[in-house]
Design a protein around this ligand. Structure first.
Ligand code: MD6
Ligand code: FE
Length: 217
């Protein structure tokens, strides 16, 4: 039997880490609420099912996505944008649960961004082998607001680059319950997620769920 490499109570707690000015990892910040968050994700996905979006270049994303909140991030052949309506159903996105909004607000405040109020939550589901190539998050109207990102389920190797696509990339392990907050001078840094390694998490099975909270409008 192999011991899990994640979410192991025998491991010492990891301290908050500033990746660089503006970007913080808060290890385990969402750990105690993880089961509740995942229940809410399941409820959202019954009304706005996870789907593989098509990039403007015509590629099908390996990560499956849905949204909740006033706005949702979508992509198709015409580009990337935030939309108030789910293009699949024609209905507004499911409401953002209070437990999502509270967590995002508290994490942002803990990382030095008081007063953050998300209006959009992008929900990403990574199956084994899914990946997210290096990108910048720049579709939000006001880039002064930070982004709060919550990792649930299988661990991921997060790729943390620089202001230029060609900058050196660091790998950061993001485990179940970890929260990342970034903004300020780091807001436009390139980032991505390495191909998800095989595994099985007690709460999510063979996948990783990521919630990213934004103030898009
Ligand atoms: C992910 N996250 O962790 C993908 N973007 O699955 C992102 O692309 C991301 O985590 C902006 C801010 C935080 C993030
Ligand atoms: Fe991103």
């Amino acid at each position: 039997m192999t011991a899990p490499l994640f979410d192991d109570p025998a491991q010492p707690p990891r301290a908050p880490q500033e990746l660089e000015p503006g970007a913080m990892v808060l290890p385990g910040f969402a750990h105690d609420q993880a089961a509740l968050l995942l229940q809410a994700v399941a409820a959202i996905a019954t009304r706005a099912p996870m789907r593989h979006l098509i990039t403007p270049g015509g590629l099908r994303m390996s990560v499956a996505m849905t949204n909740c909140g006033n706005l949702g991030w979508v992509s198709d052949r015409t580009g990337y944008r935030y939309a108030a309506v789910d293009p699949e159903s024609g209905h507004p996105w499911p409401l953002m649960p209070a437990c999502f909004e509270d967590l995002a607000r508290e994490a942002a405040a803990a990382a030095g961004y008081p007063g953050f109020t998300p209006d959009a939550c992008l929900i990403n589901r990574y199956a084994i082998g899914s990946r997210l190539s290096l990108h910048q998050d720049r579709d939000e109207r006001d880039l002064a607001h930070p982004i709060v990102s919550v990792s649930l389920g299988l661990p991921a190797s997060f790729l943390w680059g620089g202001r230029q696509r060609t900058a050196k990339v660091r790998r950061v392990a993001l485990l179940h319950g970890d929260v990342m907050v970034w903004g300020g001078p780091a807001r436009l840094h390139f980032h991505g997620v390495q191909r998800l390694a095989r595994g099985n998490h007690p709460l999510t099975g063979p996948c990783r769920i990521n919630l990213t909270f934004r103030k898009a409008d």
